[in-house]
Design a protein around this ligand. Structure first.
Ligand code: UDP
Length: 360
């Protein structure tokens, strides 16, 4: 297939502003290239693709970044800067609608405009929905596409998909990772880790509280999106509990993350997937998470981590004491089986081909 993949309008690929979508896009592109498809990526000026995506063509557009839907109020109207990246991207897609150059568009942006355009576009658009429900306008437009042709939608997990009004069972594609990029570490340090955008929906304060209860240090990796929130979390625990390590590129992140005895994952929202959960497991790190959202599907209790009731920091701390019973090799093996780039690409290909009614 000849596919046009549209990136997030939150910022350039490689900046971290796109959160998990950045790694998803690289994995999707590399995986589909490996399966023989031809890929063009439309992304923000300043973007770069990973080394495995070099056979993809990269089209860059400039414009003001979109405000992330997860930071809008639930009832907020749709807001789009006139000189924004989002309208630039979709102008470029519209220009291709009758060029014959592409068979389909794959959209990774969680924004109203591409969903709204979908039923009217001559070029088939497929949406990999990257978040659960955060905003009524998005819920409405996703439901409209689903009612029109649900084959155009795929989700990362069943728990995420359950947030939306869908007429049929969802297409669930999970996510995929380049396992060569993650080294298995069998001899960790006595270190607990937490990875994510530092923002309220990620619930860092709960992991910090569990670390405090255990008298342990918690290493924190990720982009500080909300400085006031980060300062409030820092102030909620004794000085030195949190070890702020900043935002690192994947090769550095995995090397440091692999040294952890356990990863704590404590989202307050219906996390669509939880890339960091799987990236930790790929390094052999067991994950202690809330039974909520995507991590509630990814963590197999006793095999690759433990699940506890949401918002219960005491249970979180208790579960951390049980991670030594988890075989770090089995954490990695679970990822190899369920979330490799190849497995993900196969699922994506099946989804798009079924939507295009291509029969092989
Ligand atoms: N990440 C990173 N460097 C860091 C911390 C995080 O590259 O120092 C990446 C991480 O690898 C993951 C992404 O940020 O792929 C966060 O994705 P996730 O699905 O966990 O959450 P999101 O930010 O999309 O809500």
């Amino acid at each position: 297939m000849k596919l046009l993949v549209v990136s997030t309008p939150l910022g350039p690929l490689g900046s971290g502003l796109g959160g998990g979508v950045e790694i998803t896009l690289n994995s999707l592109v590399a995986g589909l290239l490996d399966r023989g498809h031809s890929i063009t990526v439309l992304a923000a000026e300043g973007s770069s693709l990973g080394p495995s995506c070099q056979r993809a063509e990269l089209w860059l557009r400039s414009g003001r970044p979109q405000l992330s839907s997860q930071h809008a109020d639930r009832e907020a109207d749709v807001v789009m800067p006139a000189d924004g990246l989002l309208p630039q991207f979709w102008r470029a897609v519209l220009e291709q609608a009758s060029s014959g150059r592409f068979e389909a568009v794959v959209n990774l942006a969680y924004d109203w405009l591409p969903f709204w355009l979908t039923p009217t576009l001559a070029l088939p658009v497929f949406h990999l929905v990257s978040m659960g429900s955060v905003n009524a306008a998005m819920d409405g437009v996703i439901a409209q596409v689903a009612a029109w042709d649900q084959r155009r939608l795929a989700f990362h997990t069943a728990t995420q998909a359950a947030d939306f009004d869908l007429p049929g069972p969802p297409v669930v594609v999970g996510n995929g990772f380049d396992l060569d990029a993650y080294g298995l570490c069998l001899e960790p340090d006595a270190l607990l880790g937490w990875v994510g955008r530092v923002a309220p929906e990620k619930g860092l304060e709960d992991a910090a509280a569990a670390a405090m209860q255990l008298g342990r240090r918690l290493a924190v990796w990720g982009l500080v999106e909300d400085r006031a929130y980060a300062a409030a979390v820092e102030a909620s625990v004794p000085a030195g509990t949190l070890d702020w390590r900043g935002f690192l590129a994947t090769d550095q992140l995995q090397a440091e993350l692999g040294r952890c005895q356990a990863l704590l994952n404590t989202p307050k929202w219906n996390e669509a997937y939880g890339n960091v959960v799987v990236e930790a497991m790929a390094c052999g790190v067991p994950v202690v998470a809330y039974r909520r959202g995507g991590p509630g599907e990814l963590v197999q209790p006793g095999l690759n981590g433990w699940l506890v009731e949401p918002d219960d920091t005491t249970a979180l701390a208790e579960a951390v004491c049980r991670v030594d019973g988890i075989d770090r090799r089995r954490c990695r093996a679970w990822v190899e089986q369920e979330a490799s780039r190849a497995v993900f690409a196969e699922r994506l290909e099946g989804w798009i081909e079924r939507g295009l009614q291509i029969c092989r």
